[in-house]
Design a binder for this molecule. Sequence first.
Ligand code: KG4
Ligand code: ZN
Length: 359
Amino acid sequence: MLILGIESSCDDTALALLKADEFGPRLLAEHVSSQVNLHIPYGGVVPELAAREHLRALPYLFSKVLQDGGVSQEEIDLIAVTRGPGLKGCLLMGIGFAKGLAVVLGKPVIGVHHIEGHILAPMLESGEGRHGASKPLDFPYLGVCVSGGHTEIHLVEGVGKYSLLSRTIDDAAGEAFDKSAYLLGYAYPGGAALAKVADDARVKFRDRKVQFQLPKVMTESDDFSFSGLKTAISLLVRRQSKGKNSVGVPVIDETLRQELAQVIQESIVGAIAEKVRKAVTRTGVTSVALTGGVSANSRLREVIAGLDRIQLSVVSKVHCTDNAAMIAYVGWKRYNMDGGTSLAFEPLPYWLLEDVGRR
Ligand code: KG4
Ligand code: ZN
């Protein structure tokens, strides 16, 4: 079976072709077109611009995956597209493209939950899949999705068998990194830049106790909240700043910026690690799969891998960030499980994973 995956829920347009046979799924081709440069001047994703860019990129990426995969569009058996959660206008572009193709080709189309894609992405790489299998990952595991838009921990006992253990009640972990980075003067999305400075600072200030303390992130709850952290950093930066630059960002001393980057990273990483530790204690499951853009953070990997009894799997960079291979994979699994598809589905911008199968 040849599955076309389409992802357009936020600021990445992605298409992938997955071939599934008796040996499992095999990726024939995939492409991701990032819109980061388009949104940098605005300091965040502008939904209307993002939707327009998806519309431009979809046909072009479609031809590219067909060419790279060495297949014709008539060979596609199933079209899987992200139905939600995400930005409505962006989801509509992917869904519209998928439905149009389904009508033209006379093939079924299935709407996929984006977070289900993220938490099953490890299976695409190392479970039953024969491509790129480094170490096998078996159910059950804790699917930790930490990205720019989502922060959720699920107990994953099989395809469609998920229990939510923890979720953010406000900002996502990547958003906390990006907003903090902005306050320190780094361009959007500043998470990786802040992490780099923080890692250097850990080495530089190794023997010295950093003088700042940030509030602990919701230690008593199973859920995350990062908005208090953002307020604390904003106050700290304002108090320590020597005025503002031309775009209104407070100017701070370089050593201070490095120290702050370090405490911010420790605070966000510490919060995620603490919820993972709680999830392990609660479920007894010690296999942890980290997905989402923030899983690129090396300090996060180090701290989680250092937790008692944990076996950590990290998905490759292309499959931990937004991609269409994970959507094709879930589409294939769900099509086999649930059967029939219909063209009559709308985007669900606020869809919860617990509600999959209810609509
Ligand atoms: O999954 P992803 O590519 O897409 C969205 O959810 O949109 O995640 C992107 C997020 C951004 O917030 C980015 O700053 C963050 O992942 N990120 C990082 C690192 N690399 C990317 N955050 C912390 N440390 C990193 N090394
Ligand atoms: Zn995502």
